[in-house]
Structure formats: C-alpha cells, structure tokens
Design a protein around this ligand. Structure first.
Ligand SMILES: Nc1ncnc2c1ncn2[C@@H]1O[C@H](COP(=O)(O)OP(=O)(O)OP(=O)(O)O)[C@@H](O)[C@H]1O
Ligand SMILES: [Mg+2]
Length: 234
C-alpha cells in the first residue's frame, strides 16, 4: 500500500490517503498534548507504543465481533484503516471516578461506578468539548436514535472486553474514550485505544500508567508507556 495525499493533522496523529480507495493511513506521532493543547511536548517512541497497543486492542475486538476500522500495520507507528465518516462525539466509558467527572460532580476519586457511566462529549476544541445528552445529539443531527443506541451498546461491550484483558494483567481500566464513524452503512469503531485515550491504574499500587503521568508530571512518560504496552500485549 502506498501513501498518497496528506489529509489531516490532529494533535497526535496524521492521516493520509492511500492508493487503495476507502483506505487511509494513520501515523501515530510522538507529539503529546494535554489541557486543551496548553501543555505540549514531543516524546520519542511514544507514537509507536500507542500504535502498538491500539492495533492489539483493535485485533482483539475484531475477534470478539466488534467492527473496527483497523486493517493492519504498515510500520510500527503507522496503520492502515478503513475510511469512516467520523461522528464528532467522544464516547467516554467510566468504571471508576477520576479526572473531570470528579472535578465537575460530587464523586470521590477512585469510587467504583457500577454500572459503568457513559459520558458523550461534542468533539469541538473551540468549545472545549462540551458534554452532550441524547436529546442534544438527536437535535444536532449528530446521530440517529438507532446509531446512538448501537454506539452505547458497542461501548459497553468494548469496556467488558478491555476491562477483562487488563484486569488479568493487574491493570484497572478506570475510563477510556472512543470515537465511532459510519463505514458501509455500519457503525465502526475508529481512531485509537491507547495510553493517551485510556486512564489506567496499577491494580495494586493505584499508580497512573497513562497520559496522567504526562499531565501531572508523575514520572518518565515514555518509560511508563513502554512498560504498559509490554504488559498489555504479552
Ligand atoms: N477511520 C477513520 N476515518 C476517518 N477519520 C478518522 C478515522 N479514525 C480516526 N479519524 C480521525 O482522525 C483524526 C485523528 O487525529 P488526532 O487524534 O491526532 O486529532 P484530533 O482528534 O483532532 O485531536 P485530539 O484527539 O487530540 O483532540 C481525528 O479527527 C479522528 O476523528
Ligand atoms: Mg484524537
């Protein structure tokens, strides 16, 4: 597969067309940002650890009947994906209270959320990704009722699959963010599942194993991503 026109550069990934119609090439860059892009750095190897973990989970989800955009790896930091018409929402599944939900609502950090809580934000940096609800999603025409129900059901199934895999490795899946798009009439999981998009805690020590290490200067980010990636994929 050959890389063609540059399509889009986000905060952490760059998307290119390929010579195969309907297939895109996604390069996970070493750029890392936090707090709406206020904090940013370049961390060598970070892109490939995220790509590696994303590919691993996409494969695992496909084996479990979840449709994803993943087609295969081209390079350690680059994957081929099915082009989707992305739905501009961030679907966040929370198993444990942490981060923004604790700042905004009277939850105690670390409190289990059972059943898991799904929060959907509007993907719009200029508006600071405001939280949506079902009525807003329908009124804005972002998704149909059927699509929204499907997306939520997929998100919960994905949560169970990821959570079980991580728990076996002594890792608590605190929360994570998913993005979905429309494939050939079917809703597909897109984007990434990585240390940038999941909040992971060591089940024994409670230590952060994700982008919080970067956000809150908790240690060597790349060393942590490398360790976590090894724990996840082996
Ligand atoms: N299969 C796909 N087809 C089309 N676009 C996709 C696909 N998967 C992901 N994307 C889009 O590609 C972009 C990935 O870039 P990236 O994640 O770096 O940036 P961003 O989402 O704009 O910003 P950020 O996630 O940092 O807020 C996102 O806009 C995402 O919605
Ligand atoms: Mg993104």
């Amino acid at each position: 597969m050959q890389q063609r026109d540059f399509l889009y550069q986000g905060k952490a990934k760059t998307i290119y067309r390929s010579d195969v119609p309907g297939t895109l090439i996604v390069r996970f860059r070493d750029d890392i940002t936090a707090f709406d892009g206020e904090k940013k750095d370049v961390l060598t190897m970070k892109g490939r650890y995220n790509a590696e973990v994303s590919a691993f989970f996409f494969r695992m989800l496909e084996e479990n009947g979840i449709r994803t955009h993943f087609l295969g790896m081209i390079d350690p930091d680059t994957m081929a994906v099915k082009e989707l018409a992305m739905i501009p929402i961030e679907v966040i599944v929370r198993n444990v209270a942490a981060g923004s939900i604790v700042r905004r609502y009277p939850f105690t950090e670390g409190a289990p959320l059972d059943p898991p809580v799904i929060v959907i934000d509007y993907k719009d940096d200029t508006r600071h990704d405001p939280m949506l609800n079902d009525d807003l999603i329908l009124a804005l025409g972002l998704a149909t009722r059927e699509e929204l129900d499907r997306i939520k059901a997929m998100a919960l199934t994905i949560n169970e699959i990821l959570r079980a895999h991580l728990a076996e490795r002594g890792i608590t899946l605190v929360d994570f963010k998913l993005e979905f798009g429309r494939g050939d009439a079917e809703i597909c999981l897109g984007d990434e599942i990585s240390m940038d998009s999941m909040r992971l805690w060591d089940a024994e020590t409670g230590q952060s194993m994700d982008k919080d290490v970067y956000r809150f200067d908790k240690g060597d980010v790349v060393a942590e991503y490398s360790r976590v990636a090894q724990r996840i994929i082996t």
